[in-house]
Design a protein around this ligand. Structure first.
Ligand SMILES: [Zn+2]
Length: 243
């Protein structure tokens, strides 16, 4: 719940601006950023309507050039407006808007600095978060793990919003487009908001599948081998080229 702190809309002073030392860096919103913001808000709202996020317990970002547009901290997505565009540079300095960016900014920026990602989705989706408390890697219950780059790792726990959590996340994300965060949630990235969102939905679905299969008393689910997954990864590569 701590991620809901800092609702700039409620405090007045943040929204009014003028007190922040970073104010001078703020600039106008470019047309491509305005379009990206609309897509970001739609994606954020979808995480709520699809049950992946409760309240404001997740965040979404999209990269436009060297600017990262990101959901502000603690503002319900249905209250986000066209002129609420919130953006930072790759060092986290605010360049757009007056609302306080999400407290999970270090994770988002770490992904953009180290990968070619253009969008990041972070949630506390219930099944994925449950799995993050049980194992250090999601067992290979389904071949869709290949769509995330391989077996999904769990980043060791660290306090939300810290550089330590961002570092743990980066290690878990090596050669993957998604991972779980222990006792916290999910993070996925992609080349578009839709792709990052879909990866989160797939990850949550796989976690739900494993929990369901693993919960049958007296039985344990069969798992795929690394070889079987590699074959699927090979096929997925071909799939992309045939279109
Ligand atoms: Zn979180």
């Amino acid at each position: 719940m701590a991620e809901q702190r800092g609702d700039g809309r409620g405090t007045g002073d943040v929204r009014g601006g003028g007190q922040d030392a970073g104010e001078s860096r703020r600039r106008g919103v470019r047309p491509e950023e305005a379009r990206a913001w609309e897509e970001l808000v739609a994606t954020a709202r979808r995480t709520v309507s699809d049950g992946l996020v409760v309240g404001t317990s997740g965040n979404v970002s999209v990269r436009v050039g060297d600017t990262v547009l990101v959901t502000p901290s603690g503002v319900p997505y249905d209250r986000l407006r066209t002129d609420d565009v919130t953006g930072v540079d790759l060092d986290g300095r605010q360049v757009l808007g007056a609302l306080v960016p999400t407290s999970e900014l270090p994770m988002h920026l770490a992904v953009y600095r180290t990968t070619g990602a253009r969008a990041v989705v972070h949630t506390h989706a219930v099944h994925a978060t449950a799995v993050s408390t049980l194992v250090s890697e999601l067992p290979l219950i389904h071949y869709m793990a290949a769509a995330l780059g391989g077996p999904v790792r769990v980043a060791p726990y660290a306090t939300y919003g810290t550089d330590e959590l961002a570092e743990n996340m980066l290690r878990a994300l090596a050669d993957r487009s998604g991972c779980l965060l222990q006792n916290h949630g999910t993070i996925t990235h992609g080349t578009t908001l839709d792709q990052a969102y879909d990866r989160t939905a797939q990850l949550e679905w796989m976690c739900r599948l494993w929990l369901t299969a693993a919960s049958v008393p007296g039985l344990s689910p069969s798992l795929l081998s690394g070889e079987q997954l590699a074959e699927v990864q090979e096929q997925l590569r071909g799939y992309g080229q045939r279109r």
